[in-house]
Design a protein around this ligand. Sequence first.
Ligand code: 3PG
Ligand code: MG
Length: 408
Amino acid sequence: MIKYLKNSSIKHKTVLLRVDVNVPIDKKTRKVADDFRIQQVLPTIRLLHNNGNKVILCGHLGRPDGQVNEAFGLKAVAERIADLLELKFIETDHKVPNYSIPHFIFYKGDISEDKHIEQLQAIPSKDIVLLENLRFYSGEEENSVAFAKRLASLADVYVNDSFGVDHRKAASVSAITKYIPSYAGLLLEREIKSLEVVLNKSKTPFVLMMGGIKISDKVATLKHLGEKADKILLGGGIASLFCLAKGMEIGISKVEREASDTAWQLEKNFKGKIMLPLDVVVADKNLDKDSIRVTDPHSVGKQEQIVDVGPKTILAFAKELKVAKTIVWNGPLGLFEVKPFDTSTMALARVIGGVSTRKAFGVVGGGETVDAVRLAGQIEHIDHVSTGGGAMLEFLAGKKLPGIEALK
Ligand code: 3PG
Ligand code: MG
């Protein structure tokens, strides 16, 4: 059984809170470029802090592979959290003074040294702390017992609110729970409960919409949810790959060509459920304005690439989404970062936002998809916008996630 933070009364303790703050950082400004994941974990931070707990946050950024590497430092994340919590920010690896008001402390000291554990323990409980990138330590991704114990020694209680990384068997989400009382945070609880609705309590019609390029990341999810779904709407590189598998010309479209057999198999398995684009938007390799045209998917030129689904497809997909009772969407349907190839992705994000909450239970996830949903102004309207990319896909593929299993 998972113990949920919401049902517990953790007060006046030291709490180690694992968060997924693996967010994009702007290369020029070195500031957080998208704080969706950070925003989603604020309620847990606030709850713990308001209950008189000393909160020590920990997380990772990128893949520094067990080496200290400034480029993957969490400073930008720390500054953003401090900003959002309206706390004064300091960055240090020294002893922290007892300030008269609460501070947000980005504590950079190396926790494999006892001196730093002692200094962390001495920080007043009114302050909120963030440790430096856990992946600077090789023990993190090795799921090392020693590193897990080290982390556990920092606190009385551990809270996992890092759904996005719970598909990784890492010390801070897996091994740690053996050494300290462990709970699922508010965000993790919402993720688990929302995604379980899709897996176990979905109402029909169930519409699955998928796009993006990397089908290899999504096959297991497509197979598992495909069984439950009544309709599978495909766009983006995935749809182009299905077209290729059917022997159609897709020109220079970006697809995972080596996975075309997989697409062929899926197409056979889910015959009658899969809807491929009825029309597509194509352009030349430079996306030149004059080269853009809408065409039948059977008439793509050798020098053209498919960059979006066309207007007929938008209408046909919208029709399915409007009668759905359960919707899952992962992966943009076109090259939505470049206008006007965002047309279908924006339009269908709005359709999903429109039917969510009232008519259908809508779940959306994946970094790019969440981006698209935000651009379309629909984050607030969709029942559940997941903070997980790979983690959401694995959960929805029916797989067990190490970080969640460790809490049981
Ligand atoms: C993510 O952003 O996918 C998670 O934080 C996990 O990161 P990873 O893919 O580098 O393991
Ligand atoms: Mg990932």
